[in-house]
Design a protein around this ligand. Structure first.
Ligand code: SF4
Length: 353
């Protein structure tokens, strides 16, 4: 359990199995599997890795009946809530709920008739699960496109507003909202407006944000800006990469904006003085630190000459020498370690702290 600092606008509490979002609850980290959902073994395996690294809510794509039926078995093997992601087919939404989905994500604009949407609402009410309604530039109805001359921020908000009204008129208030665009500043602006206008929790993220590098930069800018304004109740960093990277980046963004307590890893950029194979070591240390929630600063430095001194503000650190390294605390060298044992020794010391 990670401790997060929150001072956000009042939001309705929405319960997704064992995770509550909204009013002053920790900002939940989401990711989405990229396995075929009907491949239960692979899907569970991926979810477990994500869960162990800090994923709070997992979303799976429901593309056919087999996917929807698989939710039942997947659920038995994981502990975090599972969200069914459905496009176009209201029957798959209903089947997913009946098979245990803890929440569904639909885009009402592509579900078809209001009758079909009402059928989903009624089953969600019966099973008492929330629905995230999402709108993006591609799903805005013709009337709003014409009114605003394209899928502008106002067009998307009007579209979402019409869906919210339909849910509320049918006595359904168990909602999470999202509007995603590929334009960074539009995403910031639209979420500011949604945050003011509604008391439903917001799911924030960018759509099609790109690769690990570009997607991380864009998500840090957008989600960092919003979280600094205390906007957002659950986040997903979308990357064309391993979903685990989404969790790592999401945690860094939450930590950077003071919404999550996690270890801080510092490392030098390396230079001609670097005298050991530092990159695999720093990756290994980062991987380990992602599994713990101690509020400590850990340094991985390239050389013994300057490393401990440059990183003296770190609680603990390692610096490399030739085929060996040193372990230091607050800049003071504690011991010398053979290169092959350096990560193991560092982890041992951190465990004791
Ligand atoms: Fe170079 Fe050493 Fe500084 Fe790293 S710690 S940048 S290796 S001088």
């Amino acid at each position: 359990i990670f401790i997060r600092y929150i001072m956000r606008k009042f939001k309705k509490e929405i319960i997704i199995k064992n995770v509550t979002i909204g009013n002053n609850h920790p900002i939940a980290i989401q990711s989405m599997t990229n396995t075929k959902t009907s491949n239960i073994d692979d899907t569970v395996k991926q979810i477990k890795v994500l869960e162990n690294n800090g994923c709070d809510i997992i979303r799976v794509a429901i593309t056919n009946e087999k996917d929807a039926l698989s939710i039942k078995e997947i659920k038995k093997q994981i502990s975090i809530p599972i969200v069914a992601d459905i496009h176009f087919d209201y029957k798959l939404a209903i089947l997913s709920i009946q098979n245990g989905a803890d929440k569904i994500r639909i885009n009402p604009g592509n579900i078809g008739s209001k009758d079909n949407l009402l059928k989903i609402i009624n089953v969600a009410k019966e099973y008492n699960i929330p629905i995230r309604i999402g709108v993006n530039s591609g799903s805005v109805e013709k009337e709003y496109l014409e009114k605003y001359n394209g899928p502008t921020i106002n067009a998307m908000i009007d579209s979402l507003d019409s869906h919210i009204r339909f849910f509320e008129e049918n006595n359904f208030f168990n909602l999470v909202l999202s509007i995603k665009t590929t334009n960074l500043n539009d995403t910031i602006e639209v979420n500011k407006i949604l945050n003011e206008k509604y008391d439903y929790p917001l799911h924030i993220g960018l759509t099609e944000s790109g690769t690990r590098t570009s997607g991380t930069v864009k998500s840090s800018y957008v989600l960092g800006t919003l979280l600094n304004l205390n906007i957002g109740d659950t986040i997903r960093v979308s990357l064309t990469s391993d979903p685990l990277d989404e969790i790592f980046v999401a945690k860094e963004i939450l930590a950077m904006t003071n919404h999550l307590n996690k270890p801080t890893l510092i490392s030098c950029p390396t230079c001609g003085r670097t005298s050991y194979k530092m990159m695999p070591i720093v990756n290994e240390v980062e991987k380990y630190l992602n599994t713990i929630n101690k509020k400590i600063t850990v340094a991985v430095m390239g050389c013994v000459v300057n490393g401990p001194g440059e990183a003296k503000h770190a609680d603990i650190g390692i610096a490399g020498g030739i085929r060996k390294g040193v372990l230091f605390k607050k800049g003071e060298i504690i011991k010398t370690i053979p290169e092959e044992d350096i990560v193991k020794e560092l982890i041992n010391e951190i465990e004791k702290m």
